[in-house]
Design a protein around this ligand. Structure first.
Ligand SMILES: *Cc1c(COP(=O)(O)O)cnc(C)c1O
Length: 393
């Protein structure tokens, strides 16, 4: 039996041709393809500025620096996210402050933010986990009351939408101050590795462009195009967070595919929901009325009496790959050191979500019959009597 994978990128001859064109052009990093990709991405999400970088982790680092996060500051976020969200905070010498997620989803619980704010709070990073928009209305309103900037970790949310003042808008406009995207192969569109920062603030955008290229005062494009000799200078500490033109060329092809990718992912997610909503022992994800996910991942809640590992093994035996729910950063050894983070609330929902959810296969090439066989395997696995942990009473 063929194994059904959890995810699969959509890459084809168009991407091969795009990379070929760039290689033969002789300009292979942060050149015309990167500029075009930025423009097209900004257009797609409705952002004033988009700046391409090497990945979403470096995007988050630059976003935090741009809003002024420094050593000793605190940044409120969730533990229930990929480790990069908090690592970027630590790159600034700042302290990630973890609050819990909502009971009925995998995103930050806005009710918990206010009590976690201290005089040292310099930013909030809210995550659109699994592609599902978090409750930006409330996060942004709370942040505004305290004059704290909001950075959206939109790594998974390219193409996701939120109902904003009566209109559907793309995540990344941005609705906070800065949004950060990832183009890792596990996301809905990929450039191998890659990231993007979007903002309405021209000063932030200027800083991103300076810092991503060693803090160099003049870009290669400007120097190359100049009829006069220009000497560059290095006014401040920068980084090498560039995206290559090969990556950007792939990204431009991926953007062309994106609308169709999202249509297909939404079809597949609604088929899952239809086939699983009545099944005992599982809880399909909830999409709030003001959110439209890109369904980067379809995360299925398991009832507390089911053993996640056994369910996943049972599914694997039936040819279905799954992943466990999103990790919790505060439980990792890299965060064991006191001072590496602060826990501001109970993280009970976060821990429950990690232990009692699984991510099901969802990829554009997936057929209706593959989806049905996954749904059937799930129903069989959660019903398998030997899996039920012995119940007391
Ligand atoms: C994937 C991911 C990242 C990191 O993205 P990279 O491009 O791999 O650096 C950050 N945050 C979240 C929520 C992610 O899912």
């Amino acid at each position: 039996m063929n194994q059904i994978p959890v995810a699969k990128p959509v890459l084809d001859e168009q991407e091969v041709e795009a990379v070929r064109r760039v290689i033969l052009s002789g300009w292979v990093t942060q050149g015309p393809e990167v500029a075009a990709f930025e423009e097209e991405f900004a257009d797609f999400v409705g952002a004033r500025h988009a700046c391409a970088v090497s990945n979403c982790t470096t995007a988050l680092h630059l976003a935090l620096k741009a809003v002024g996060v420094e050593a000793g500051d605190e940044v409120i976020t969730v533990s229930h996210t990929f480790i990069a969200t908090a690592n970027a905070i630590r790159y600034c010498g700042a302290v990630p402050v973890f609050v819990d997620i909502e009971k009925d989803g995998y995103n930050i619980d806005p009710d918990l933010i206010e009590a976690a704010i201290t005089p040292r709070t310099k930013a909030i990073i809210c995550v659109h986990q699994l592609g599902m928009p978090c409750d930006l209305h409330r996060v942004v309103a709370i942040a505004a009351r305290h004059s704290i900037p909001v950075i959206e970790d939109a790594a998974c949310a390219t193409g996701s939408e939120i109902l904003w003042k009566g209109r559907w808008e793309k995540i990344g406009k941005p609705h906070g101050d800065i949004a950060c995207f990832s183009f890792h192969p596990r996301k809905v569109v990929t450039t191998g590795d890659g990231g993007m920062l979007t903002t309405a603030n021209p000063e932030y955008d200027r800083k991103f462009r300076l810092w991503r290229q060693h803090g160099m005062s003049v870009t290669d494009a400007v120097r190359h195009g100049s009829k006069q000799v220009i000497f560059e200078s290095y006014p401040e500490l920068g980084y090498n967070y560039r995206m290559t033109d090969m990556q950007a060329a792939v990204g431009r092809e991926q953007l062309k595919r994106l609308p169709a990718i999202i249509v297909r992912r939404r079809e597949l997610a609604s088929q899952y929901a239809e086939q699983l909503y009545a099944a005992a022992g599982v809880a399909p994800p909830i999409e709030p009325s003001w959110a439209r996910s890109n369904w980067q991942s379809f995360c299925l809640g398991l009832s507390l009496d089911l053993d996640q590992h056994d369910v996943m093994q049972e599914l694997l035996d039936q040819g279905v790959s799954t992943r466990r729910g999103i990790m919790n950063i505060h439980l990792e050894a890299a965060y064991a050191e006191p001072g590496s983070h602060r826990v501001a609330t109970s993280l009970q929902q976060s821990v429950l979500a990690q232990q009692h959810s699984i991510i099901l296969p969802l990829f554009v090439q997936m057929t209706a019959s593959e989806l049905t066989s996954v749904a059937e395997a799930v129903k069989a696995s959660v019903c398998a009597p030997e899996l039920a942990i012995e119940q007391v009473g």
